[in-house]
Design a protein around this ligand. Structure first.
Ligand code: AMP
Length: 144
């Protein structure tokens, strides 16, 4: 169980968001998940004990309903980089969320987003680094 119970809003309950939300909830954190498609919440684990909100996260009213302003952290994991950027900016600069992380698919956008003060996580960059490590390790050991 988590020492410090955090309040986390996860926006986008797809492959990444549902996993993150389920794990955070299981670890004892208070989690609110937002998705435009209510069917997406079916991907949450059975032990998920947080709240779900159906709505377009690009609408400020939806983020307000999720009480983003009271959250310790927001994770923006919708399928669109631009929506994730907008959501993290609104969360911090308009609603007063303490911190926010955006999933960014396009590595070329990562630097720009960081210049705007947005914390990012790019699956493509992470996968490339991991693949590089594995290939060079296999090379050191003399075969894959
Ligand atoms: P995935 O790419 O599998 O991680 O899934 C992304 C999730 O983001 C899907 O469940 C979509 O329904 C959700 N999504 C996409 N756009 C929005 C949006 N504007 N507001 C809320 N959820 C969204």
């Amino acid at each position: 169980m988590a020492k410090h119970r955090l309040t986390v809003v996860v926006v986008g309950c797809g492959r990444l968001g549902s996993l993150v939300a389920s794990r955070l909830s299981e670890a004892g954190h208070s989690v609110v998940v937002v998705d435009a498609n209510p069917d997406a919440f079916g991907a949450l684990g059975r032990t998920f004990s947080g709240f779900t909100i159906t709505g377009d996260a690009a609408e400020l009213a939806v983020l307000e309903r999720a009480e983003v302003g009271r959250a310790d952290l927001l994770v923006a994991a919708t399928s669109l980089d631009t929506v994730n950027l907008m959501v993290t900016q609104a969360a911090i600069h308009v609603l007063g969320c303490r911190s926010a992380i955006a999933r960014v698919f396009d590595p070329r956008r990562e630097a720009t987003y960081r210049q705007l003060g947005v914390e990012t996580i790019c699956p493509t960059t992470l996968a490339a680094a991991e693949l590089f490590e594995r290939v060079t390790a296999a090379g050191r050991e003399g075969g894959a």
